[in-house]
Design a protein around this ligand. Structure first.
Ligand code: COA
Length: 317
């Protein structure tokens, strides 16, 4: 596959660290030095499906296609207001496409899993143009009185359109079942027969464990992919890493002995937007003219599961 179009949509509401100081025992200094975040964009009056639709239409237009040309939609999403139907089905109706649709939940690595699935579908000849979308509202999973968590996240939607081509140099997906790293539990509707204990609770995260696992697993994924492709770290123009924390990005850059200019970021302006972070950043780079035909880009993400996903692509647009 190759990427032929990109798009993104952010919520209108900008929330700065100073605004959080108004109701949380926190400080701009603490948030900036521990995470690199200075502000984030949060859903207020919008619905996630509206952001997802806007990002999708922009990606389809950028690809020079119309919604009728899309023959499969894969959406990476952890939560939204609808448990069912899938967000991809809602977006399909909103953009006026007619194709089959599916959502996947690979947490913050979901966009890379979705790209990998799109590649398989194109290779098998089952689809020609696939909309790969990541739309996330992680700010709705956290307790807004928990200063350790609510300051970290932001919302948004990023999309790409892929079609047949030689843009994917390699990919790697891994999963280790680790519920104690990060989880979010919702109680389902009761029935007369439920006898087990059930509960709802906002997101739980062991920040230090996630930090360590993220640096180790992303570094390992990057090394495996570079070795397999016969590339040196400096052959990659941009490392588009999951935008969770500036210190994780810096640790990986140090380990690769590369200057930070190879590591574009949006975490400082957007917070951690879960699986939307990579396509949001990719679209920003593409639209600001920073990507040239032939550039090699390495995308690497980690998230709840614990999942990791990484791939090297060649920019072919
Ligand atoms: N403002 C001020 N103080 C805060 C705070 C906030 N927003 N959040 C936590 N603190 C306090 C803690 O209460 C603690 O105080 P104490 O020492 O008095 O107990 C202190 O700061 C240190 O907390 P700690 O949790 O040890 O900080 P940390 O250095 O581990 O940083 C994270 C916390 C979350 C920034 C860091 O662990 C991290 O980035 N982890 C990875 C998270 C991630 O990438 N998640 C994405 C998953 S996809």
């Amino acid at each position: 596959m190759k990427i032929i179009g990109t798009g993104r949509a952010h919520p209108a509401k900008v929330v700065t660290n100073a605004m959080l100081e108004g109701f949380l025992d926190t400080s701009d200094e603490w948030i900036r030095t521990r995470t690199g975040i200075t502000e984030r964009r949060l859903i207020s009056s919008e619905r996630l499906e509206d952001l997802a639709t806007e990002a999708s239409l922009k990606a389809i237009e950028d690809a020079g296609l119309t919604p009728a040309d899309i023959d499969y939609i894969i959406c990476s999403n952890v939560v939204n207001e609808y448990i069912t139907p899938a967000l991809s089905c809602i977006v399909q109706g909103a953009i006026g496409a007619k194709c089959a649709c599916i959502d996947i939940n690979g947490a913050c690595s979901g966009f890379i899993y979705a790209l990998d699935m799109a590649d398989d579908r194109i290779r098998s000849g089952k689809a020609r143009n696939i909309l790969v979308l990541a739309a996330e509202e992680p700010t709705r999973m956290v307790d807004w009185e928990d200063r350790a968590l609510c300051v970290l996240f932001g919302d948004g939607a990023g999309a790409v359109v892929v079609s047949g081509g030689d843009g994917l140099i390699g990919s790697r997906l891994t999963t280790q079942s680790k519920l104690d790293c990060l989880h979010y539990v919702r109680r389902l509707e009761p029935t007369p027969y439920i006898t087990k204990e059930e509960y709802s609770a906002p997101m739980y995260m062991n920040g230090k464990e996630v930090f360590k696992t993220a640096v180790l697993s992303s570094s390992r994924d990057i090394k495996v992919l570079l070795d397999k492709a016969g590339l040196k770290p400096s052959d990659i123009k941009y490392y588009i890493l999951h935008q969770a924390n500036m210190r994780i990005i810096e640790a990986i850059a140090n380990w690769l002995k590369l200057d930070l200019e190879h590591f574009p970021t949006n975490v400082e302006r957007c917070g951690n937007t879960s699986s939307a972070s990579i396509p949001l950043l990719l679209d920003e780079l593409a639209r600001s003219g920073k990507l040239q035909k032939g550039d090699k880009i390495l995308m690497s993400a980690f998230g709840a599961g614990f999942t990791t996903g990484a791939c090297i692509i060649e920019w072919t647009k």
